[in-house]
Design a protein around this ligand. Structure first.
Ligand code: DOR
Length: 304
């Protein structure tokens, strides 16, 4: 029997396959298509203090290199989340990790406190890496600001804290170390890569917000590189995200150093991809002679 359970700081998961924030709505819309209770964890769309309508259209475009989005943190806001979405999410019976975004440190702390106090969530993910709103990466590009934010959130909230980081920085490892020193239980690598698509005949950008975040298979090598760079300098647990759609992708992230993964863009093409990856994981672990996920994490050998 294979042990799929993993531990990310204080966060314990039944298996390492989670669904990424923003790609699974508030889970209700997916329930018809997926047995959500089997997922290692569910991350609903990032919540902010006030409801937001998000950016002007167009907000998504499929390019030959991947999906580009400029949603702009469209969400129902914390009040509606607490009243309508959290009770449903909590009833699913798996770990709920609530993604939050604030404009200030105080806003992050208050959001974390409100969701943390319910006793219904497994962890909070600090989204300090949204490329599509003004100030969206302020806490994800400055190591000191990230350190202070994580420390303040941790001090005000009892549940495990994850920090989701942006690849759109020169040295992601510096930000990850700062998050770890601030007390993060784990870092989530990576949010989308800033990009752009152009309609030359109309001489206009394809997205209303001009630029957007690139996701899907094209960013997997960027994400693996980030996991490698962070793993090289800190033992903070890593959750890998970026272009994961197959069991090979999952295994690449685990051996490189991720303890768990989040499936994002692949959900749009096949909502059942994550539960299938859970089914496929034991056989892949057996190929490496492993009886648990934990024993292969970070076993990449660059001298081989
Ligand atoms: O690519 C992204 N789009 N990353 C985020 O963190 C948020 C999202 C949006 O709402 O724009």
């Amino acid at each position: 029997l294979t042990d799929l359970s993993v531990q990310i700081g204080r966060l314990a998961l039944s298996n390492p396959i989670m669904v990424a924030s923003g790609t699974f709505g508030y889970a209700r819309e997916m329930a018809r298509l997926v047995d959500c209770s089997r997922l290692g964890g569910i991350l609903p769309k990032t919540i902010t203090a006030q409801p937001r309508v998000g950016n002007a259209p167009w907000r998504t475009v499929e390019t030959s290199a991947g999906l580009l989005n400029s949603i702009g943190l469209d969400n129902d806001g914390i009040d509606a989340f607490m009243e309508h979405h959290l009770p449903y999410l909590a009833s699913i019976g798996t770990s709920i990790v609530v993604s939050i975004a604030g404009r200030t440190e105080e806003e992050f702390v208050q959001l974390a406190q409100r969701v943390g106090q319910t006793g219904q969530i497994a962890a909070v993910e600090l989204n300090v890496s949204c490329p599509n709103v003004s100030g969206g990466v302020d806490f994800g590009t400055d190591p000191d600001a990230c350190h202070r934010l994580v420390a303040a959130t941790r001090a005000g909230c009892d549940v495990p804290i994850l920090a989701k980081l942006t690849p759109n920085v020169t040295r992601i490892a510096d930000v990850a170390c700062a998050a770890a020193e601030g007390g993060a239980d784990g870092v989530c690598l990576i949010n989308t890569v800033l990009g752009m698509a152009v309609d030359w005949r109309r001489r206009r950008p394809m997205l209303g917000n001009v630029m957007g975040g690139l996701s899907g298979p094209a960013i997997k090598p960027v994400a693996l590189r980030c996991v490698q760079q962070v793993r090289a300098v800190t033992n903070v647990p890593i959750i890998g995200i970026g272009g994961i759609a197959t069991i090979d992708d999952v295994m690449e992230f685990l051996v490189t150093g991720a303890t768990a993964v989040q499936i994002g863009t692949a959900n749009y093409y096949d909502p059942q991809v994550s539960t299938r990856l859970i089914d496929e994981l034991p056989a892949a672990l057996q190929e490496l002679g492993a009886a648990s996920v934990a024993e292969i994490v970070g076993t990449l050998d660059s001298t081989r």
